[in-house]
Design a protein around this ligand. Structure first.
Ligand code: ADP
Ligand code: MG
Length: 491
């Protein structure tokens, strides 16, 4: 059956009485930690999910998965102090147009260097490349929405959703008429594989520093009232279960109080009580909201400027700027990092992205298109976490009010128009049925030496499908617009 034919079978007809199906989903979710916390930190709800996995073209899925190791390599090179510090010039130019966030991250990075070098050259990236299906000329291909280098989320919960869908299909919970072949509902092993990435970095630290494995730990830096804490916990528990590695959770600000830096043989090492910290894993610090005071910025610098391996370093976080993504669509820039023979799988996923506030040809084209054809574009600032973009008809008015010196903090990106699929979404026990759009995320883990660009470990580590009702422009699950889905692969 083709993808187009399969879509017509959706939304899948629910059993005449679908109460038991919804109950199955909820019980499974509560039993397996497919949950999110609420405003009341003592209460959890099941994470919003689709009832059925969305049809997804196998070729698009395979292409996205296959591109990941190349993207891991690319971003590790961009975040290295090779190639004449290529990233420095870009961020130097970008920082003044976004002084409060990009500018302060940039300053933090520079303050963290000792004699122009990081104290710890090894860097860990838990990355996620996001795609939507493009359907131009009847050809289905993955197009990249963005590349995330910091605090990528849902690696925990997505593994659970794929397993939930497989369980529902296997037990006949979908009803007699709904036929799903389990072979076409793949699992996402992101929990174990992302945890393995953290473990690889931990082991590299232990070997590098002659530390004792039993007296080292990972430090997870997390928001104080993180509703998505269970997603993070899955990685923590797996690190313990599979690798015997303990994780301590602290907020950025707390970290300065509950940890200390000890100078050993002239090297600043980070300690949490008696445990030497091997890896600092940041799930906080990707948004300006996480830095309400200078003390927060000081805390970020404190955590950067020591021997522990950072996941990610500030420099790597900056490499995930949307500005960088835009510049990489220029082939001559991409070729500085990837050889001609290897760029195919990467550039095939690119759509047009243009700079704003530049006197260049691209800059002029962007300014004109933003006025004449805004319905084809989305305008993006240098932000993460959803809810920051300006869409279509809102673009011209927004730019009119924006001071010219702030224009270069934005990029103009061609909109991808993925297929619309009708599906059922279950959110806090309530069922919604309607037109949906999906975004595939592919996880990647890479451990490298930022001084010489050498890669020690590079892996594709599972995937995520987020689905939103078409009526909302953004797909943030934690931000409240979307849900976690699975894929039903069709040829
Ligand atoms: P953030 O860093 O806030 O996650 P994104 O670049 O991922 O920013 O944009 C947020 C959301 O906006 C995406 O999840 C997607 O739903 C939508 N979006 C972004 N870029 C595009 C695009 N080029 N075409 C269609 N939708 C897009
Ligand atoms: Mg995104």
């Amino acid at each position: 059956m083709t993808f187009q034919e399969k879509i017509k079978e959706y939304p899948v007809t629910l059993p005449a009485s679908h109460g038991p199906l919804l109950k199955s989903v909820q019980d499974w979710a509560f039993s397996n930690g497919l949950t999110m916390l609420t405003d009341d930190p003592a209460t959890a709800v099941h994470a919003p999910v689709t009832l059925h996995p969305s049809p997804f073209p196998r070729s698009v899925f395979d292409e996205s998965i296959e591109a990941q190791r190349g993207f891991n390599t690319l971003y590790s090179k961009i975040s290295s102090f090779t190639n004449n510090n290529w990233l420095d010039k870009i961020i130097d130019k970008l920082a003044p147009s976004d002084p409060d966030f990009t500018g302060k991250l940039w300053k933090t990075h520079k303050l963290s260097l000792v004699d122009g070098k990081p104290i710890q050259p090894l860097t860990l990236g838990l990355f996620r490349s996001d795609y939507m299906i493009d359907q131009k000329d009847g050809n289905l291909t993955p197009k990249q929405v963005e590349f995330n280098t910091v605090s990528v989320s849902f690696g925990g919960l997505t593994s659970k959703v794929a397993d939930l869908h497989r369980y529902l299909a296997a037990t006949g919970a979908y009803g007699d008429d709904a036929k799903f072949d389990l072979d076409d509902i793949p699992r996402s092993n992101s929990i174990s594989e992302l945890a393995n990435g953290l473990a690889q970095a931990h082991k590299a630290y232990v070997a590098q520093n002659g530390a004792q494995k039993s007296k080292t730990a990972v430090l997870a830096v997390v928001e104080k009232h993180e509703k998505n804490a269970i997603d993070q916990r899955h990685l923590e528990y797996q690190l313990w279960d599979n690798h015997g590695i303990v994780t301590h959770r602290v907020s950025m600000l707390e970290a300065t109080k509950v940890t200390e830096i000890r100078d050993l043989d002239g090297v600043s090492r980070l300690y949490y009580n008696d445990a030497e910290v091997s890896v600092v894993y940041f799930r906080e610090g990707y948004s300006p909201d996480h830095f309400p005071t200078q003390a927060h910025w000081d805390a970020r610098l404190y955590l950067e400027k020591n021997r522990a391996i950072k996941c990610p370093s500030v420099y790597t976080q900056l490499a995930g700027a949307k500005k960088v993504q835009q510049i990489l669509t220029d082939k001559s820039e991409l070729l500085k990092f990837v050889s001609e023979k290897d760029i195919g799988p990467l550039v095939n996923t690119f759509v047009e992205i243009l700079p704003l506030g530049e006197d260049s040809e691209g800059g002029k084209r962007a300014e004109q298109l933003a006025r004449t054809e805004p319905e084809r574009f989305v305008l993006k600032p240098q932000r993460e976490g959803g809810g920051n973009n300006i869409y279509k008809q809102d673009i011209p008015g927004f730019l009119e009010k924006l001071p010219k010196n702030e224009w270069s903090a934005y990029i103009l990106m061609e909109l991808i128009n993925p297929p619309v699929i009708q599906n059922h979404i279950l959110r806090k026990g309530e069922l919604f049925t309607g037109d949906t759009l999906s975004e595939l995320g592919v996880f990647g883990t890479v451990l490298w030496n930022s001084e010489n660009g050498e890669i020690l470990h590079n892996d594709t580590t599972g995937w995520l499908l987020r689905t939103k009702l078409e009526s909302s422009n953004e797909g943030g699950v934690a931000a409240g617009f979307g849900c976690i889905d699975g894929v039903y692969l069709v040829d």
